[in-house]
Design a protein around this ligand. Structure first.
Ligand SMILES: O=C(NO)N[C@@H](Cc1ccccc1)C(=O)O
Ligand SMILES: [Zn+2]
Length: 157
């Protein structure tokens, strides 16, 4: 895997909507997923979206785990979600601290839905629907915002 450059706030790519992946099995898509994961781990991140590495595709990786930046984060296997769609989210929201690999040295409390249901394709092309809550649900909302060109400071009330 390669470490990819991470777009910083101000890059136009971060303000644009990304496009759906058509061929999940394309070698370039599989390589991109591997490189996004390597880039995320090297940055001690818990999530990343393809536009952050200058690729306007609807691919996110969710990889919560305790690390120096989020010591209380729950541990999960890193998960690539292709063409993710939040198909339901709870009306109850809760505030939590967020950061972004594209917005350096910024942390702010953001209100997010506490629970959600997301439909996505796995990197193997399998259609999934799953429920998430808490910090992992927060990461998913943060990453799906990137796919629509929204950065977390725009969510700060
Ligand atoms: O920039 C990203 N993701 O886009 N990475 C964030 C993800 C994130 C999301 C929500 C709360 C905390 C952290 C990070 O600091 O690892
Ligand atoms: Zn981000």
């Amino acid at each position: 895997s390669r470490l990819l450059p991470i777009a910083q706030q101000g890059e136009i790519i971060l303000q644009q909507a990304a496009h759906a992946v058509v061929d999940v099995h394309a070698p370039a898509i599989q390589t991109l997923i591997d490189d996004m994961l390597a880039t995320l781990l090297a940055a001690n991140g818990v999530g990343i979206a393809a536009p952050q590495v200058f690729v306007p595709l609807r691919i996110i990786i969710v990889a919560s785990r305790p690390n120096p930046r989020y010591p209380d984060a729950p541990l999960m296997q890193p998960l690539a979600m292709l063409n993710p769609e939040i198909c339901w989210q709870s009306t109850d929201t809760y505030s939590g601290w967020e950061g972004c690999l594209s917005v350096p040295d910024a942390r702010a409390p953001v209100n997010r839905a506490n629970r959600l249901q997301v439909r996505y394709l796995t990197r193997e092309g399998e259609r999934m629907e799953a429920d998430y809550a808490g910090f992992v649900a927060r990461i998913i909302q943060h990453e799906c915002d990137h796919l629509d060109g929204i950065l977390f400071p725009e969510r700060v009330e």
